[in-house]
Structures are given as structure tokens and as C-alpha cells.
Design a protein around this ligand. Structure first.
Ligand code: DGY
Length: 311
């Protein structure tokens, strides 16, 4: 029997599965993440940690959990976890890989379509009395057929977005680590970011990258806010350096009520809901449970986190 600390209540039957396997599971209650103190107290005698992307798992935390044998993240991203610190201490880390590809790609398309066809503005105008008649020149959006979609990142989610965009008649290209990003950005009508956040991709889309884009380009971000230099994005939207942005993720999350991102023009913002379907969230829980159960049984995790850069 192992002690497992779960950092938030989860949908699906992941917690039940951990208990059914005979483990003692403590779940942090409430809708907000544990405070740092609560997290440190929660892991103090834990053998396993089921963390969320809102929980910072670093050397300090790992050192305050002398019995910890496994960390399973309820996310495919793992920028909240110091992978090198975990590797140094021999603690395996698992991620919820594979299971949220479709949900995130669907949300990307929803953002793309909503931004391209001005849905937020149209919805506001309809409700707030600005829909006076059928307007030949009103609410004109962007045609998708023939539009050039650049996908930044060569992983599964980017590919799933390409699979969805292709039937719309979009011209799709990819930019990976070894490609000339600025040259690719200069060609694109729509840019969708699908690379993980790490030291190499932090502020990958900075002022210079934004300046390389077309003045009417749409930038979509469903990965992590930190991949985009948000101050530079706000400036670019005000200056018209790019046309619009659609963000599922911001930096920080959530932005403060008076964060300038909320007053940037043509910027659609939703609250990090890429994986937010009941089916996907349940699958993410199962993935985390599978990783914990395997590691606590001394077996390899089915979906481990990528190796830290120095490993
Ligand atoms: C992830 O899993 O990394 C997403 O951002 C949240 O589902």
C-alpha cells in the first residue's frame, strides 16, 4: 500500500482506480490548487504525487518528500515540473500523452474559425443592438480555402490540426526546431503554435517573430502562454503588426483582471480549455493513474515525460 497525494479532485474514475489498487489516496479539496504550503505538506509522506499543471514540482518539493517514488502529471505539458531535478533523484515522471490530441486540435480549429469569422465581435454586436440590418460590408472575415496555415511544432497535436485544416482547403506547412521560423512566419496567414514550453521555446514568438508576420496574420496559441512574449504580442496587436490573436493560454494564467491582454484589440481569450471535454479529462486521469500504478509497482511508466535536456 502506497500513499498518494492528488492535487485536485479529478473527473472520471482515476482516483477510484488508485484506491481499488489498495493505495491510500488523499485528494486536495476545493476548486483552487493547493497553496505551496499545502502541496509541500501533501507530499511530505507521499509515495506518489498526481500533480496538475498548476503545481510547481521542483527540487525543493522533491526534497520535502523523502518517500516519493513517482510523479504523474495530469497534463501532456510538463513545464511545471523540474525534470532534471526529478531525474537526479531517480523519480520517474509521467505525462498524459496521446489522450488530449484530438480535443486540443478541435479547440484550435474552434479558435481558428471563431477568429477568422469574427464570432466574438458578431455575437457581441447581435446581443448589444448593433445588428441593424444585413450588411454587405459588415463583419467581413477571412476565407479559409487557400489560406496559408503555419503549424509551429512537429508533434501529434500540430499534425491533428493539419488533418482538420486540410479539408478546409488550407495550405499547410510546419516549422520545427531546425527550420527558419521567421521566414516561415513571413509566409503565413494563420500561425498556430504546438510546441512544448521549455528553455528553447520560451518567448519563441517574440517582438522580432511578430514583426516577421503579415500585418493581417492570426496567431493561435493553445500550448503554453510562455511560448509567446505576451507584452510584445499586446504591442503588436495595438500597432497592427499582426491582425489578431486567439489564446487558450496566457502568461500568467489567469491574467489579472486589469492585465493589458484583455484590452488588446482583436484578441480572443479562453481559459485554457484545450483538453476540456469530459471524455478527454477522464482519459487524462486514467493516464496519470496508469503511470502512478506502474511506477509504484516498480514498472516503467506507460507514458513517461520527455528526458530532461541534460540527461
Ligand atoms: C496539457 O495537458 O498540457 C494541457 O495544456 C492541459 O490539458
Amino acid at each position: 500500500m502506497a500513499k498518494i497525494f492528488v492535487a485536485r479532485a479529478l473527473p472520471g474514475d482515476a482516483i477510484e482506480r488508485l484506491r481499488d489498487a489498495g493505495h491510500e489516496v488523499t485528494v486536495h479539496g476545493g476548486s483552487m490548487p493547493p497553496t505551496r504550503e499545502e502541496l509541500l505538506a501533501g507530499v511530505a509522506d507521499a509515495d506518489g504525487l498526481l500533480s496538475l499543471l498548476t503545481d510547481r514540482v521542483d527540487g525543493e518539493l522533491l526534497d520535502s518528500a523523502p518517500q516519493l517514488k513517482a510523479v504523474a502529471n495530469f497534463a501532456v505539458g510538463c513545464d511545471n515540473i523540474d525534470l532534471a531535478a526529478a531525474a537526479e533523484r531517480g523519480i520517474p515522471v509521467g505525462v498524459a500523452a496521446h489522450v488530449l490530441t484530438d480535443a486540443t486540435a478541435d479547440l484550435t480549429m474552434a479558435l481558428l474559425l471563431a477568429s477568422a469569422r469574427n464570432l466574438p465581435e458578431g455575437e457581441r454586436d447581435a446581443r448589444e443592438g448593433r445588428w441593424k440590418t444585413w450588411e454587405p460590408e459588415g463583419w467581413l472575415g477571412r476565407e479559409l480555402r487557400g489560406a496559408k496555415l503555419l503549424i509551429v511544432g512537429r508533434g501529434r497535436i500540430g499534425q491533428a490540426v493539419a488533418d482538420r485544416a486540410e479539408p478546409f482547403g488550407m495550405q499547410i506547412s510546419f516549422a520545427g526546431r531546425d527550420d527558419d521560423l521567421h521566414a516561415a512566419l513571413a509566409e503565413a496567414d494563420i500561425v498556430s503554435i504546438h510546441c512544448p514550453l521549455n528553455e528553447q521555446t520560451h518567448h519563441l514568438i517574440d517582438a522580432a517573430a511578430l514583426a516577421a508576420m503579415k500585418p493581417d496574420a492570426l496567431l493561435i496559441n493553445t500550448t503554453r502562454g510562455g511560448v509567446v512574449d505576451q507584452a510584445a504580442l499586446i504591442e503588436a496587436l495595438h500597432a497592427g503588426t499582426i491582425g489578431s490573436a486567439a489564446l487558450d493560454v496566457t502568461d500568467p494564467e489567469p491574467p489579472a483582471a486589469d492585465d493589458p491582454i484583455y484590452s488588446a484589440p482583436n484578441c480572443l481569450i479562453v481559459p485554457h480549455i484545450g483538453s476540456a471535454t469530459a471524455t478527454t479529462r477522464a482519459a487524462m486521469g486514467n493516464c496519470a493513474a496508469d503511470n502512478l500504478l506502474a511506477a509504484l509497482a516498480g514498472e516503467p511508466m506507460p507514458t513517461p515525460a520527455p528526458a530532461p535536456p541534460s540527461a
